[in-house]
Write a protein that binds this ligand. Structure first.
Ligand code: ZN
Length: 300
């Protein structure tokens, strides 16, 4: 069994990457597993298959195997433990005994998460479990686990593209973003990517860095590279270089793109170049630009 974890800033295109890889018969795309407890089980949001999580036959089987049944999951406790450690705690890992401290805070959470991964593999029969949870903090507690190999993709998107996506959601009235500002977003972009780099520098696992822009420009080539890297042989149902036939997934939580099915073309979204106000684009670049250059991004 292999676990493929996508670590990234939000709004970096992880759902599109997930949707493509999910079309391999060897990959089970689980979505943002970190949100299984509250947004998944608590709010009973729709699974990628359209059925509420608590009624989805795949997730009920997974949770029965991992916890004895959907109603036996102490979802509130799991969410509480998960929230005890966030990406901002990554610097703690550098301190003497820092890892022990974070592990203590997380309690039974890492083992419960591993139990969910194992059950997904067992129920689905898939070789790879794909988790798009993004936050890197749990990675040190997953690496070296005897029951699976860990692969991590550090997915990066131009900070101005991320900012445009956040602004669109803020304008549409997304509650969580009412205090969002370009400066906050750009700082978060730096801190999160730095945290992912820090963690990946400390854990012994297979990892690669992938830019959203490269993936969406050459989706077929990039997904082939990823599947080969993990030793997965099954081919994806591409109908040409950029389109593939998508069937429903069983992803929990994520962008609405996860419901896309049928013949779907993967296209690079760079609307920020024309639609993000120049002032916001300049501010995002002034703050995050020098860090973004290390990933090959240019000012214009
Ligand atoms: Zn489902």
């Amino acid at each position: 069994m292999k676990v493929l974890f996508i670590a990234s800033v939000e709004r970096s295109g992880s759902t599109i990457l997930q949707n493509v890889l999910a079309q391999s018969e060897s990959v089970f795309a689980a979505g943002e597993v970190r949100n299984l407890w509250d947004r998944g089980l608590g709010d009973n949001r729709p699974c990628g298959c359209g059925t509420p999580i608590r009624e989805c036959s795949v997730w009920t089987s997974v949770l029965r195997e991992a916890f004895g049944g959907v109603d036996l999951v102490d979802a509130r406790q799991m969410a509480r433990l998960r929230d005890r450690a966030r990406a901002r705690h990554v610097p703690t890992l550098r301190l003497p005994f820092g890892k022990t401290l974070v592990k203590h805070r997380l309690g039974e959470y890492p083992e419960a998460l591993v139990g969910v991964y194992r059950s997904i593999a067992s129920v689905s029969g898939c070789e790879v479990v794909l988790d798009t949870s993004k936050s890197p903090l749990l990675l040190p507690f997953l690496v070296g686990h005897a029951s699976f190999e860990l692969y991590v993709i550090h997915l990066i998107r131009d900070p101005r593209g991320v900012e445009y996506s956040f602004q669109k959601r803020k304008v549409s009235g997304h509650k969580r973003l009412k205090d969002h500002s370009t400066a906050k977003g750009a700082l978060h972009w730096i801190l999160m990517n730095k945290a992912i780099e820090d963690v990946l520098g400390r854990v012994d696992c297979m990892s690669m860095t992938l830019r959203y822009e490269d993936f969406t420009e050459r989706p077929r080539e990039c997904s082939d590279i990823i599947l080969n890297w993990m030793g997965v042989e099954s081919a994806l149902p591409w109908t040409n270089g950029v389109s593939l036939h998508m069937t429903p997934t069983h992803t929990i939580v994520g962008s609405p793109h996860r419901f896309n099915t049928g013949n779907v073309a993967i296209r690079k979204d760079e609307k920020w170049r024309t639609l993000l106000p120049r002032e916001n684009a300049s501010r995002a670049w002034r703050i995050a630009g020098s860090f973004a250059k290390r990933y090959g991004y240019q000012e214009s």
